[in-house]
Design a binder for this molecule. Sequence first.
Ligand code: HEM
Ligand SMILES: [Ca+2]
Ligand SMILES: [Ca+2]
Length: 305
Amino acid sequence: GRLSRNYYRHSCPRVERIVADVVAAKQRANPSTAAGTLRLFFHDCFVGGCDASVLVSPLTADRSPERAAEINLSLPGDAFDVVVRAKAALEVACPGAVSCADILALAARDLVGILGGPLFPVALGRRDARRSDARDVEGNLPRTNMSARAMTVLFARKGFTPQELVALAGAHTIGFSHCGEFAHRLYNFKSADGYDPSLNPTFARALQSSCANYKNDPTISIFNDIMTPGKFDELYFKNLPRGLGLLASDAALWEYPVTRVFVQRYADNQTAFFEDFARAMQKLGAVGVKTGRQGVVRRHCDALN
Ligand code: HEM
Ligand SMILES: [Ca+2]
Ligand SMILES: [Ca+2]
């Protein structure tokens, strides 16, 4: 089985419109929805394929689902909520027809567009997972302490080139990170200034002060792209050569020659970034998909049927 643009033409012809309307209203009410949903989509697709396995709530599962894995705890509730809301609207319009995995793919696409990013088609027909286990997460998602080389190896295992890794990492042009994800670069770093010398000094001192209390208040977070945090654009790439990348993994993409060339290309050319990001997102949406008689259409996105 393969995905197709018009998979729901008989069973739910208005699916794209219905999702788009719910998504737009949700984003207007809760502006952090876009970045959270884009990250949620990535975390779904890299763990067992794009099958909505990440959406299963610990409250509804009898064992510990993916969402309970440590790396997924920072996924914002608004990202799960937008999928649940779209599902509710679709269950009224076309009961039992549209998978949660397809809803997540459409929502992520729509939200990128709302923030000014590229528009692209989403092929449909994904089926939903019948399992979700926190133990499946380890080793499938990148961590900030990975070298750029280790990231290229991980992405290669999922079928992505170093160029596609860099394009997808451009998602960090929106959203934020909690101080705990990059505090190791700020305090007691083995260097004269006590912070990671690959950081721009002014930026480093601002981060040191913003995050000073992060151990007592772990909710403190900083925009991934300090220049245009709410706009999907190429500024993330312009930041990296200037030491304005927030996460060690962002900075590493500039330090490693294999990925640096693509960082430079996207910093210089937003059109190239948008084209490659759009293509890489379509590829991301096809990772490990279940189609036809594999998987199910779940009745509730936050629970297994
Ligand atoms: C390349 C390796 C990557 C690493 C090491 C990484 C790591 C992280 C970390 C640690 C955060 C902060 C989470 C938090 O504190 O709440 C984050 C945020 C984010 N990541 Fe990544 N990520 C990577 C690639 C990606 C990709 C491929 C995408 C999507 C295509 C993505 C989308 C996002 C988004 C949108 C946010 C902001 C989330 C929000 O504001 O709620 N990341 N990432
Ligand atoms: Ca999955
Ligand atoms: Ca931006």
